[in-house]
Design a protein around this ligand. Sequence first.
Ligand code: BEZ
Ligand code: FE
Length: 294
Amino acid sequence: MNTELVAGADREQAVTDEVLASFDGTTDPRLREVMQSLVRHLHAFARDIRLTEREWEAAIDFLTRAGHITDDKRQEFILLSDVLGLSMLAVAINEPAVPGATEATVFGPFFVDGAPEIPLGGDLARGAAGTPCYVSGQVRSADGSPLAGVRLDVWGADEDGFYDVQYPGDGFAGRGWLRTAPDGTYRFWTVLPTPYPIPHDGPVGDLLSAAGRGPMRPAHLHFKAAAPGHGPLITHIFVAGDPYLASDAVFGVKDSLIVEAEHHTGGAAPDGTRPQGVWTSMTFDLVLVSDDVS
Ligand code: BEZ
Ligand code: FE
């Protein structure tokens, strides 16, 4: 047996054991469990890859750059969690597995508080560029009963793939919230989503390039639905036929969330309006899980 190697392994394990023991006195049992597991896995990872000091310095530099580029409009740590699949793993761990319920997906970094309320049937594009899109459907509980008065938050990018928070200045476009009608239905106008790259001019973009991965997300529209007595649902609808459905940079696509966008030229929209030129429509029902079931 190579006694030098054994001594090295003992020395490494002694570091891990000492750090684990430093959390033994943590009074919050969940914090103790989380921190000791983190230390065990983090140290095992470093041993597994035989982490060099130069690599650790590079990792610290990466995290420092992620911190410096983060502000109230840019969240590099959410992007990092998303491209590592950690956000979708957290969704998978926490999502109630109720048959028929709408699947959840990644939240992303572009939700903002304070978006305007839109009347049922109103236009939340608010000047965002793109092909008009009429979106409608019903919000139900998993037992089939319609959910009235549910707050639906919706946000999406414009035809160039930008969210309003990425425009210079302030102001809301491509986002808003509305409440479902007494029969649980909803409807609004927005612009047809198009595929777009996640912000990739920072350290997360550098990581994707170094790994030969692309930054693109398939076209989608974000929804957040919150009804009393039901767990909140955070999801998207994805546009059928999008070329990036099989290679979403953040692993958010689920087949049940893919929706056909119907294209129309002229004619009357379901709300009786007669849009000029090409317009589109999508239909999607949201099924929420009651707190009694989950
Ligand atoms: C988004 O869909 O808005 C998004 C999600 C994850 C990372 C970047 C953007
Ligand atoms: Fe998005």
